[in-house]
Design a protein around this ligand. Structure first.
Ligand code: SF4
Ligand code: SF4
Length: 430
């Protein structure tokens, strides 16, 4: 009787973690990240005593509890439990409600729902509909028109695997058939295509260049045209047919940089209504300073820097490209970004590249998905979505990121990961 009375007097509380708080529990590490304020709390559990916090969060995360558990007065007298309860309450990450003031267990929406939930249903849909629906996922297509070029850049066989860049890739003079391009683009207009990238070789040497521009002008999506500044035409006539409202020309500038030529291109492009951007392909700090001076001297308004990994400039990448914990947190990922990062690679998702010989890739660093003219776009997209070489390449499946509490906050894998041969271009653990 006495025992029963004591039990009744113990106060109980519902402890809940807010739905906008991201919880990441890996090995002996816990991260709580408030997606509204950007506040992050990190805990490391190294003693058996601290493990009870780990178990408490496991319990909170279970499907049965959906981020709400009962804590007793006695639990809250434990300094470790009360410490984390106080921390999380202080930063608006949790609530502690007296059970007597609540009609029942509070309901928390479990945020672990997939944003692209249809992907795994695709097998059935593909069989039923022939995959028509899949095309809606395609948002950007890069077309390599040709591989003809009279230049001889040292970066030619490698740079295109790191960022959008022209290449001669294979030494066969093949061009992408203009009828195949037209059929493909007209077919995709009704879908969700938003960007078309045009690359070569030297695109201005493509035999059907003017006809292609006419086709592109009829398609009301954004077009980005890439050209090395030495391949840029000397006469304005060649550029006149490009629709300035929907097109952007990206002028690639590998080193050594010849300022005289750059000035010529700059004078020409600024006498057209076309939008442009100068892309300085830099391999080290010296390249950056040279570009900075040229930009200042010529007063170039639209430019950016594109780092190139040459196998010997890892230190440059470590200092300028590798991310830190602060970079991740300062980017203030929202809950939506976090869900997306667990399911898809948003840098790669929706993108296809077609080379001048028709080879189709979702990422040029992965294996070929098909050939234009032989395989339908449905087949190619189905293959990518189901076998997921690139579009669904996410950190939670890759070492060492799969063991990192920042895996869903961290920017997606990019092509520098392939080039450097490391999934973790960060100094989070160093
Ligand atoms: S301009 Fe482009 S395609 Fe030509 S050699 Fe240089 S990188 Fe290769
Ligand atoms: S790159 Fe990988 S290991 Fe580094 S912070 Fe991101 S998820 Fe963690």
């Amino acid at each position: 009787m006495e025992k029963g009375l004591k039990k009744k007097n113990i106060k109980k509380y519902w402890f809940s973690i807010e739905s906008y708080v991201h919880i990441s529990l890996k090995r002996n590490l816990l991260l709580l990240y408030n997606t509204l304020s950007g506040k992050a709390l990190e805990y490391t559990f190294s003693t058996n005593e601290e493990l009870k916090i780990f178990l408490l969060f496991k319990k909170l995360q279970s499907e049965k509890n959906l981020r709400v558990i009962c804590l007793t007065e006695n639990d809250l007298q434990d300094p470790m439990i009360s410490g984390i309860v106080n921390d999380t309450r202080k930063f608006y990450m949790s609530e502690l409600i007296d059970i007597n003031c609540s009609k029942g267990k509070p309901v928390q929406m479990n945020p672990e729902v997939t944003i692209v939930k249809d992907i795994d249903k695709l097998k059935n849909e593909y069989n039923r509909s022939g995959g028509e629906e899949i095309v809606k996922y395609l948002s950007e297509i890069s077309l390599y028109l040709n591989n003809t070029c009279s230049l001889n850049c040292s970066i030619c066989s490698v740079a295109y695997k790191q960022f959008s860049c022209c290449t001669m890739r294979e030494n066969k003079n093949k061009i992408l058939n203009i009828e195949n391009i037209q059929n493909l683009l007209y077919y995709l207009i009704g879908a969700s295509l938003r960007n078309i990238n045009i690359l070569g070789g030297d695109i201005f040497a493509y035999p059907g260049f003017e006809n292609l521009i006419t086709i592109l002008n009829n398609i009301k999506v954004k077009k980005t045209i890439y050209s090395h500044y030495f391949n840029f035409p000397d006469r304005i006539e060649k550029l006149k047919s490009i629709d300035p409202r929907s097109s952007l020309i990206k002028i690639l500038i590998p080193y050594p940089l010849i300022q005289e030529r750059l000035e010529k291109v700059f004078n020409l492009i600024t006498h057209t209504p076309i939008n442009y951007e100068f892309i300085f392909i830099i391999q080290g700090e010296q390249d950056y300073y040279v570009a900075e001076e040229v930009v200042k001297a010529m007063q170039i308004p639209h430019y950016s820097y594109q780092p190139f990994f040459n196998g010997e400039n890892l230190e440059f990448f470590k200092e300028n490209i590798f991310i830190t914990k602060d970079d991740i947190l300062l980017s203030r990922p929202k809950m939506r970004d976090i869900y997306v990062n667990t399911v898809i690679n948003k840098l790669n998702f929706g993108r296809l590249t077609i080379f001048n010989n028709g080879d189709i890739y979702s990422n040029v660093n992965e294996s070929k998905l098909g050939v234009l003219g032989k395989n339908s776009i449905h087949e190619v997209l189905y293959k990518e979505l189901i076998h997921s070489k690139s579009w669904r390449k996410v950190r939670r499946n890759l070492k060492p990121c799969k063991n990192c509490i920042f895996q869903s906050l961290c920017p997606p894998m990019n092509n520098y990961n392939y080039a450097i041969g490391k999934n973790d271009l960060c100094n989070v653990f160093s």
